[in-house]
Design a protein. Structure first.
Lengths: 349, 359
């Protein structure tokens, strides 16, 4: 008898991919996918229920379907609905879902996808966050705040239902082929505005690894909280250049960064991302590898390269740079050959 | 010039008090059980099998041929012996291209070894060699590999001593010094960016233990801003050494503590005054007034060319203590005091033998 899994946020690409993986998993008998909008992607053999988590029908659904495992995705950009903010949809939805789960005796395990954004980003933080690092500066806005609040409600749920196995996966920002999120849209700008005088370290997560980890957490009761990010790190300037795009450093403190981004291409960069793009954030994934038993297949640079080949090079094409280098090398070489004993130039090495 | 009273304290074989010896002591031989050549450069070069990460000199000068070959290969036919671009140009162009296309590696702390070795260190080198004429003593006491915690006095209004110690260790011991800095460093624009790329990180237990555990040579200046910004009249008098957090980190990771005494840095910008109101306004710990700054404008930013001596003391081993020693506050405070006393006594000895501030 396999598990009966409820997947929320199934209309998102990550939710759909995870649902497909779960359908194929031998340990899973049935997958019930829930979201407020119909999924754009194929859900495989999953049964789709169009419902709002804030609707009392969720409690009935859990009982009727005999759900024993809940995979709850905190969605970065839930579809807009009239009369409710993103935070309301995420946080109130989670509250309602947890309330329903608390009543449902059949629920045995619960997996929450959260974000490494819960650590915040500040100059007073250690360079690398472990799961038990306490954030010096709690996220006050946006998706990261939703995640922090969701984790708080989940801790309350864990106290009231100690029999339920609880796993929290704190995912880094998704980046890879086909990803469309706030970070991806920001990096697609023809000229990427950055904060002058700061070069944050960033980590990203490839959607394949995210889906694999969520599926693994759902079918194995691996209780605990785990950071999830591609190995290694890149600085923002390095990331932008690897994508073949020029960056434009903008002075901080005048709100120019956010304004520039909103105006230049309508890419609304959430306020909590501004701290990230100033101070950066890198997480420790030792627990993921050792206790959770999953090593991300895509390192951060590999995920960046995958995203780069997906969106194509920008104004600062690496091949173009190499051509210029060759031309310069040839010109200087010829000039030096002409003046057989030319003065020894000062090198950069 | 004798700046202070020297209080003789017996060492009983414990970590050194400015012994001025150049041969390695027993304690340091035990820590670094490998033969050292007559010249430090040669010794650094000998360790070719070691990883490039911990041995910059071992990789940089010896792999130059590889780099050139690689650069030449990338340049294609143009780099053939006939009309070849000169090596430094090819290398500089290849370096620029890597920078422009993001084709380099950083570690998770943000350390950019290529930038540090090829840009930051060469910028500091003339200052160290021509301006401050740094004399280094006891370099053999710095472990050639593996984790170690370097603890030094801090002075000079601008933390130039940290930069110079990094350069000395990079050039003469073939090691990158991973500095632990105050949070102000990571708040300031440009400074924070450069600090991270040069391998520094926030002075906190998590980062210190992470880097020591990874086998890095970590540098800490426990006096912090109280040491850097002390008045000129109180030069070479060590401030409080924090709360001993650095000792706990060393004990937890079992790495030796290497005391380091720096003479000469106090005189580069003699701090004769401070404007606290303006400092508060600018959110910096102090706003220095020196004999030249701000009276001479930008010219006042030129440091005085004092003669520097950097002496590395006997390493203090921490791996022999029992488990849980790091949580014994008495032991931690005692070791903190011991390190502080060692550095203070070495400073006094070095000052006694110093003939002149500038020569």
């Amino acid at each position: 008898m396999g598990r009966v899994v409820l997947v929320t946020g199934a209309a998102t690409p990550l939710g759909a991919e995870t649902a497909r993986r779960l359908v194929d998993d031998a340990a899973v008998a049935r997958v019930v996918a829930v979201d407020v909008v119909p999924p754009a992607a194929d859900l495989g053999g999953a049964r789709f229920v169009r419902a709002d988590l804030r609707n009392p029908v969720m409690a009935e659904l859990l009982g009727v379907e005999g759900v024993d495992t809940v995979l709850h995705l905190t969605v970065a950009e839930p579809p807009a609905r009239a009369g409710s903010s993103r935070g309301e949809r995420n946080v109130i939805g989670t509250m309602q879902l947890l309330a329903a789960c608390q009543r449902a005796a059949g629920v045995r395990s619960l997996v929450l996808s959260s974000s490494t954004g819960v650590y915040g980003a500040s100059p007073r933080d250690p360079a690398v966050f472990t799961e038990d690092t306490v954030a010096r500066q709690l996220p006050r806005t946006g998706y990261a705040k939703d995640c922090a609040e969701n984790e708080g409600y989940l801790r309350g749920f864990a106290r009231r239902r100690p029999d339920v196995a609880i796993t929290v996966l704190r995912c880094a920002d998704l980046l890879g082929a086909g990803v469309d999120g706030p970070l991806a849209r920001y990096l697609r700008l023809p000229v990427v505005p950055t904060v002058l005088g700061f070069d944050p370290r960033l980590q990203v997560l490839h959607p394949d690894d995210a889906a694999a980890a969520l599926a693994r957490a759902t079918v194995n009761d691996l209780e605990g909280t785990y950071n999830l990010a591609g190995d290694g790190a890149v600085t923002l300037s390095q990331l932008v250049r690897r994508l073949g795009r020029p960056s434009l450093p903008v002075p901080r403190g005048v709100g120019l960064l956010g304004q520039a981004m909103r105006r230049v291409a309508g890419a609304a960069l959430p306020a909590d991302e501004a701290a990230l793009l100033t101070y950066g954030r890198v997480v420790d994934t030792t627990a993921l590898k050792e206790r959770f038993g999953l090593a991300p297949r895509w390192s951060t640079p590999a995920a960046v390269a995958d995203f780069g080949s997906f969106i194509g090079s920008g104004l600062l094409d690496p091949e173009c740079v190499q051509r210029v280098e060759r031309a310069l090398g040839a010109t200087v070489g010829a000039a030096c050959a002409a003046t057989a004993t030319g003065p020894r130039p000062t090198g950069g090495g | 010039m004798a700046d202070a009273d020297v209080i003789p304290i017996g060492t009983r074989g414990r970590p050194g008090r400015g012994s001025r010896t150049t041969s390695p002591s027993r304690a340091s031989r035990l820590l670094a059980p490998r033969p050292r050549g007559p010249s430090k450069r040669a010794a650094a070069g000998a360790g070719r099998e070691q990883t490039a990460r911990t041995r910059p000199d071992a990789s940089v000068p010896e792999d130059v041929d590889d780099v050139v070959e690689q650069a030449a290969a990338e340049l294609g036919e143009e780099a053939s012996p006939g009309g070849a671009a000169p090596d430094p140009i090819a290398r500089a162009l290849a370096f620029l291209r890597r920078r422009l296309t993001g084709d380099y590696e950083i570690d998770e702390i943000g350390f950019d070894a290529e930038l540090t070795s090829s840009v930051l260190m060469p910028l500091l080198r003339p200052l160290a060699e021509k301006w401050f004429r740094i004399e280094v003593r006891g370099l053999s006491r710095v472990p050639a590999e593996g984790g170690a915690l370097l603890v030094a006095n801090h002075s000079g209004t601008v933390p130039m001593d940290a930069l110079m110690t990094s350069l000395v260790l990079h050039d003469r011991a073939g090691r990158y010094l991973r500095a632990l800095g105050a949070d102000l460093v990571f708040t300031l624009p440009f400074v924070s960016e450069l600090a991270r790329k040069a391998g520094a990180t926030l002075a906190c237990a998590e980062d210190a233990e992470r880097m020591l555990g990874d086998g890095e040579l970590v540098g800490v200046w426990p006096e912090g801003f109280k040491g850097v910004g002390k008045p000129f009249a109180e030069r070479y008098q060590l401030r409080r050494f924090g709360r001993g957090g650095f000792v706990s980190a060393a004990i937890r990771t079992g790495v030796p503590i290497v005391p380091c005494s720096i003479v000469g840095a106090e005189e580069i910008y003699p701090l004769i005054g401070d404007i606290p109101a303006l400092a508060r306004l600018l959110k910096v710990p102090y706003l220095p007034l020196t004999p030249l700054f701000p009276w001479l404008g930008p010219l006042g930013l030129v440091p005085l060319p004092s003669k520097w001596v950097i002496e590395f003391g006997e390493p203090i081993r921490t791996d022999a203590w029992r488990d849980g020693a790091a949580d014994d506050p008495m032991l931690v405070l005692n070791v903190t005091d011991q390190v502080r006393e060692t550095i203070q006594q070495t400073l006094y000895t070095l000052l006694m033998h110093r003939k002149h501030v500038f020569f």
